[in-house]
Design a protein around this ligand. Structure first.
Ligand code: AR6
Length: 172
């Protein structure tokens, strides 16, 4: 059975789902964009916990509690910085989605929300990133065994929203 993928316009820090995904950097110690918003909303406990993790390489993911957030968990992943496309960016971005969904499954997460990883400061072309997000998510959850349902793609701004409208409307 195909998993439901939804594009939503929201501030990810407000969503009461089992897990929200953070587009972090390798330090896991916070930053700007969605990372800054998540740390501000979660409170100091999240940063203290992240300090114990020793960072996270690009393409991988780590899970923490949500602390002051409505979400129970935060899954932190580090997207690639866009450097023209010939530096393994697509494989690394795909690995982010796969590793987040693997951690979600291992931790009993049933509802999850992703931001547009790498589409802000890291400069990934939005349409390409959106195709990867949707393709990898469908592939990872195809068997239905994870029980994850639904997956929300949180769109902050018109460019990301329009890209998800286009990509999700293509029949599979
Ligand atoms: N809710 C949902 N999406 C958001 C929110 C929010 N509250 N705020 C921003 N976005 P970015 P990256 C969108 O730059 O490109 C940080 O400094 C934003 O509009 O947050 O992966 C980290 O520490 C964009 O579409 O992440 C890293 O150093 C998307 O989230 C670096 O930025 C991702 O934009 C990571 O860069």
């Amino acid at each position: 059975m195909a998993v439901t993928l939804e594009a939503v316009r929201a501030d990810i820090t407000r969503l009461a789902v089992d897990a929200i995904v953070n587009a972090a950097n390798e330090s896991l110690l916070g930053g700007g964009g969605v990372d800054g918003a998540i740390h501000r909303a979660a409170g100091a406990g999240l940063l203290a916990h992240c300090r114990t993790l020793g960072g996270c390489p690009t393409g991988e993911a780590r899970i923490t509690p949500g602390f002051g957030l409505p979400a129970r968990h935060v899954i932190h992943t580090v997207g690639p910085v866009w450097r023209g496309g010939s530096h393994g960016e697509a494989d690394l971005l795909a690995a982010c989605y796969r590793n987040c969904l693997r951690l979600a499954t291992e931790n009993g997460v049933k509802t999850i929300a992703f931001p547009a990883i790498s589409c802000g400061v890291y400069g990934y072309p939005v349409m390409d990133a959106t195709r990867i997000a949707v393709h990898e998510t469908r592939a990872a959850l195809r068997s239905g065994a994870s029980g994850i349902e639904p997956v929300q793609f949180v769109c902050f701004g018109d460019e990301v929203w329009n890209a998800y409208q286009k990509v999700l409307s293509v029949p599979v």
